[in-house]
Design a binder for this molecule. Sequence first.
Ligand SMILES: [Zn+2]
Length: 456
Amino acid sequence: MKIKYFMALYVAKGAQTAMRLLGRNATFLPGKLAEKLCKNFLSYMTPPKTVIAVTGTNGKTTVSNLLTSILQDNGYSVTNNSFGSNVQAGIISALVADTKLSGKPKKDIAVLEVDERSSLRIYPYMKPDYLLCNNLMRDSIKRNAHTEFIQFIVDKALPASTKLVLNSDDLIASGLGTKGQERVYFGLEAEIPQTSQPQHIRDIVYCPRCGELLQSVYVRYNHIGRHYCPKCGLKSPVPDYCVTEIDREKNTFTLRHGEEYHTYTLINDNIVNAYNFCGAIAVLTEIGLSPEQISKGFADSKIVKTRYEQLDAGDLHITMLMAKGQNPIACARCYDYAAKVSDPDKALLLIVDDKDDNIGNSESTCWLYDCDYRALKDDSIRQIVFAGPRCKDHYLRALLAGVDAGKIRCMESAKDGANAIDTAASKHIMVLFEMYRADEAAMVKAVLKDRGERGV
Ligand SMILES: [Zn+2]
């Protein structure tokens, strides 16, 4: 069997080299080929000394990139699949690229972003030493079924030896680890919300242990917050790593671990990212990095430009923010973030349709009704342009959420959308774009930049 493995390894490595020479992206097919030539290929691989898996519905790529960059900053060599695919073939491709012909790993650490649904095909064969789960929430219904099902398969796949780093403010993610795994939790005590009213879009309503209706101490968004069961006493775990303060003026946040408090650079002020940063610090601390080492890494890091970017052109300020179409919660968080940015006269350009969605799939707009559009009612949002083939579906959804029809325009193409913004009325233009439409986002950015520079 080992011969079969090496044969598959060499073929995959050869394919990788050939594809790179041809300028092709070699982050999926070589892994697919390896798995085809040798069943359970992953189980024969020698893993790097430390394997960190990052999973969860939202924030995987941000955290994986951050972990990789801080580890590299501190002299570790890292295998990482963030720029490729996060399913089995992508993970194999990343590992193959960093495996010597002898079968030994070239790097110290693997930071693997793992699609939740691929758990059963990965964790039993490439056992992670650490697993970080940021959150488990409803995702595209075509890909991810139900949150409870996702939690079940992730939990089933995880080995007992893996140390789990879990979000204490997510009662679904924090429920992972039923095999007695060692668990540490991270969460937020900063900016505690004043409401304990459950939101109408939430993925956990009843106690997973006894079925009683859950009560909340507070709710941050969706099911993120602190909850308890009045019947059996189940409650959100106490975080070991906790963000206690976010200073938006100074662009810093403070994190408590045990008795110690440390301050880090706030790379991005979206509250969702405070969870991502806290989770990353927890993992890095667990593997032995000091607060000083982590802090230096934070100061040097930024969120990759393809996900978040701000730029000025003439008197226009442009924010490019990646939203995930078909992912109702990620998308709603972006709407909410846009509404809370303090400028009083913003324009929003929303390009959140996956234009390839109707290829090989049945079209579905039902996710729009799982996504909360009410943030778009905010008075600071002066104009909204929905651009893309389903612009009118978004328009209808926004009207049902109570958004003023007078401030909305619909454009079939992204370019027309960029030209439809009234730049005299709004100087801050926020572009929320679907991750599979990065090419159009780049084009829209160029159009807006040009309009800003020319003052038209
Ligand atoms: Zn209960």
